[in-house]
Design a protein around this ligand. Structure first.
Ligand code: SAM
Length: 220
């Protein structure tokens, strides 16, 4: 048998999150998510007990009316869309850099449109295209950088909401505090809420916590 020199093949399920984080750039990240897509839900929900989509949706529903045009930024396989649909939202669009993940999201029947785009770059939407944006498990190391928030604000209309999950250490150490403060000082958004740190991967990584942040776009 020839030796398998393919260094991009998927590792064992318990090692896949670390394998994703070890990506050396956006292209490799996209490739790895493409490869992981078919197994993502089983791995994250069963092995890690991923609660982020439900935790974020529970906060989101308190601010955003059911009729809202919603952008799920970094939608992945559509776990957030699935939960929002269950709550009564019917106008949700999915954005992700991985087509493989978007193909899985399509199967959830929760989205009205799919967009392959990269957070951190200029998004191909007009100003105020959405009433709300939600971004779960995406604003993190090696994924979408802090500057992504500026574009999420731009594409969310005045009076709309930007809801996202963020690890407290990433907030402090990876430029999020600075960008979030800048958007507040410039009157781009108004702080509504940050939840207490929540254990979102209780089975696989019980020590990793996330906060759900909510901002309203525009001045108070
Ligand atoms: C951990 S998954 C989260 C998916 C989904 N939101 C959830 O809660 O299950 C991260 C997703 O973000 C996407 N992603 C990572 N970096 C991105 C970027 N810069 N722009 C767009 N999508 C990105 C990945 O392709 C992947 O689908």
């Amino acid at each position: 048998m020839p030796e398998n020199n393919d260094t991009t093949h998927q590792p064992a399920p318990e090692d896949r999150i670390q394998w994703i984080y070890a990506s050396t750039g956006v292209d490799e990240l996209e490739e790895r998510y493409d490869q992981w897509a078919a197994d993502y839900d089983a791995d994250l929900l069963n092995d890690f007990g991923w609660l982020g989509p439900q935790q974020a949706a529970d906060v989101f529903r308190r601010y955003v009316p059911k009729s809202a045009r919603v952008l799920d930024a970094g939608a992945g396989t559509g776990l957030v869309g699935e939960r929002l649909k269950r709550l009564g939202y019917s106008n949700i669009e999915a954005l992700d850099l991985s087509l493989g993940m978007l193909e899985e999201a399509r199967k959830k029947n929760a989205y009205t449109a799919f967009h392959q785009m990269t957070l951190g770059e200029t998004l191909d939407f007009p100003d105020g295209a959405f009433d709300a944006t939600i971004c779960v498990g995406v604003l993190t190391l090696g994924h979408a950088p802090a500057r992504s928030l500026r574009e999420l604000v731009r594409v969310t209309g005045v009076g709309g909401h930007v809801v996202f999950t963020l690890r407290p250490d990433v907030y402090e150490n990876n430029g999020f505090r600075e960008v979030q403060d800048e958007l507040t000082v410039t009157g781009s958004w108004v702080f509504e809420e940050a939840t207490e740190p929540l254990a979102s991967l209780p089975k696989g990584e019980p020590d990793v916590v996330f906060q759900v942040w909510v901002y309203r776009v525009g001045r108070s």
